[in-house]
Design a binder for this molecule. Sequence first.
Ligand SMILES: [Zn+2]
Ligand SMILES: [Zn+2]
Length: 120
Amino acid sequence: MILEVIAESEGPLSVSQILMRAKKKKVALGIATVYRTVNLLLDGKQIQSVILPSGETRYESADLGHHDHFQCRECRNVFDLSVCPLHLARGTIIPGGFIVEDHEMTLYGVCPKCARKRKL
Ligand SMILES: [Zn+2]
Ligand SMILES: [Zn+2]
């Protein structure tokens, strides 16, 4: 069930967000159960942790492949981006002689839902 909540999400979730969404599905869980299950799913490599630049940890499915994140400064939700905004192929040499192998990126701004609320 917790795995389902994580898989259905628009982006990585915190433990308290997982708990809230489980409650919406009328599943009564305690925070300790969520922590325990998250750790089991991490051990089983079914989910992975995402550490945001702020230091906050969230969880997402482990099978998503490369994607970047967008955090809304208003609702604090984190979204998976379907398009990678950074066009740097593996092996690209950038100024300074650094050979790029990978990247993880979090963009910040306002999500479409909060942008609509702003206009009201
Ligand atoms: Zn938002
Ligand atoms: Zn990317």
